[in-house]
Design a protein. Sequence first.
Length: 198
Amino acid sequence: MRHIVGVRALLVVAALVSGGCSQLVHPNPTPVADREWPQTLATAQERAGRGEFDAADSLLGQFARQHPGSHGAREAVFWQAMYRLDPSNRNGSLPVGLAALDAYLANPAPHDHAAEALTLRRVAAQLDAANRLAASASMALREQGPPSNRPATESRPEQRPADASSDAEIKRLKDELAKANAELERIKRRLAQPPGKG
């Protein structure tokens, strides 16, 4: 009987030692969120690359809801902003993208893409301002009506400089918009590069 009790005690000690050794080999197992984030991001990027922005956004949002407070959840907000600002995203929106960037930057935790988010935020804000000015100028021209409906006084030479300045302002805004779009594309290409190639 003592022999059986001794064997059992030895087995319990061996199990405890074995468990302790496995803790030494893997003292801090990787959290589930950290294991799942790289694959989630890769899948979202692949879907966005195919123009499936809603699917990419949904995948990132689901990850953030399942793993709140995790590093991946914070970075998901950045990538959602990127996809919402993409000009080829039919459901994208500058104000919504700007709000996502603001939320990303407001989080005090460390960020992988803080510099890119700040630059992207400035570019997007300029685009938004240019769009508002262009819309305002366009509305003002529409309110004046077509040239044939304007009073005869508007076709006098002294009125032409105002039209010329409106045209010049619209051209300037279009140029700014083109520059901002080019900068946005440059940032997207840089972010699309695999780590270590930038």
